[in-house]
Design a protein around this ligand. Structure first.
Ligand SMILES: *Cc1c(COP(=O)(O)O)cnc(C)c1O
Length: 356
């Protein structure tokens, strides 16, 4: 039996979207390929709220995260972390020989304006990385508020990880002054894994021109230059199958309506939060809860693997904790095309299994 996925990626994909992956191939240097990629880019600009360029990469989100910090740090990167994925971005900088410092907060808490201000006022940094939705802790960092700080430092290139939130909650990229906004297909966008997406501002373009060693496959300036010159085509052969599915899924997302889509995510989140608060406890700061997944502290010390096995027999799958929270928490994702009624049915089945 297929288990419906309520894990924070990969998520359940609509059958009609999956079918688009089976579209017969076209040449990646054809006019049809240019049109396909041009159309995707236009739709993504609407979703991202940006007038800047959109880059697609046949990699997962980590690919463009690595490409961003390497391609656009000329001086030193400040990596702000609120959990495991924020630390990963710092590790990528270090692994690429990019000078960087890590700024952490206790897990479950957001980054603060004071923390950002103190780092940027030092004048040491020309790029920051920051997580919007931390999938380990279930926290949504208040980037809208924090953007007031980085907007006072126009020389700083701002990179945001929206891998588990873009498509599930409003992220007005230009309004928040984000230069490189990275996401993946397999989370709130509701597609199979395999493609990464980012916005790439003119400021980021100019910065990258000053960086000598940008790598090759994930050199964001090379991707940008190529799509300008070659009518939205990419330097190497992209996963056209993903492009067909993404193009179609973006139509469905825009047809649902972005407001409606975000409201559905909020409604699912509120159900899971209320359930979690009643029977367990919420891990993250209640003022910064994620709309796309909930991390639940396992206050009853339930056997999560056994629960998941029992849920599997009923056609569901949820997730254990991530990283150092593996045994202390478990996670329920409520993103992409999941429905409010499915969340209700899932929670009712958990109640039944655990006799809550
Ligand atoms: C899943 C995830 C990543 C990693 O993305 P991949 O597409 O698996 O490379 C990075 N950041 C966050 C917040 C995530 O949830």
């Amino acid at each position: 039996m297929h288990k419906k996925l309520f894990i924070p990626g990969p998520v359940e994909v609509r059958p009609e979207v999956l079918m688009r992956m089976a579209t017969p191939m076209i040449g990646h240097r054809s006019k049809a390929a240019s049109e396909l990629q041009h159309g995707i880019s236009d739709k993504l600009k609407t979703l991202f709220g940006t007038r800047e360029a959109i880059l697609l990469s046949t990699s997962s989100g980590s690919g463009l995260m690595e490409g961003a910090v390497r391609s656009c740090t000329a001086q030193r990167a400040a990596c702000f972390a609120v959990g495991a994925f924020g630390v990963r971005w710092y590790d990528m900088a270090v692994g690429n020989g990019v000078p960087a410092d890590l700024f952490e907060v206790p897990w479950g808490e957001p980054n603060t304006a004071q923390q950002l201000e103190a780092a940027l006022a030092s004048g040491k940094y020309d790029l920051i990385t920051i997580t919007h939705n931390e999938t380990s802790t279930g926290l949504m960092n208040p980037l809208g508020e924090l953007s007031a700080v980085w907007k006072r430092y126009p020389e700083v290139v701002v990179c945001a990880d929206t891998v588990s939130s873009m498509g599930g909650t409003p992220i007005p990229v230009d309004e928040w002054g984000i230069d490189i906004c990275v996401t993946s297909t397999q989370k709130a966008l509701g597609l199979p894994p395999g493609l990464a997406i980012c916005s790439f501002s003119q400021k980021a373009v100019e910065r990258a021109k000053t960086v000598k060693q940008r790598g090759y496959y994930l050199d964001l300036l090379a991707l940008y230059d190529y799509i300008q010159k070659k009518d939205y085509q990419y330097p190497s052969t992209p996963s056209l199958s993903h492009m067909f599915a993404l193009d179609y899924q973006l139509d469905l997302i825009l047809a649902e309506g972005l407001k409606e889509r975000y409201a559905r995510h909020r409604a699912m989140a509120e159900l899971v939060r209320a359930w979690a608060a009643k029977h367990f406890a919420l891990f993250a700061d209640p003022a910064c809860l994620s709309d796309t997944l909930t991390t639940i502290t396992n206050t009853r010390d339930i056997d999560v693997a056994a629960l998941n096995k029992a849920l599997g027999e009923r056609g569901w799958q949820i997730s254990n904790g991530y990283g150092k929270l593996k045994d202390k928490t478990f996670r329920i994702a409520h993103m992409a095309d999941a429905a409010v009624d499915e969340i209700k049915a899932l929670l009712a089945d958990i109640d039944d299994i655990l006799s809550l």
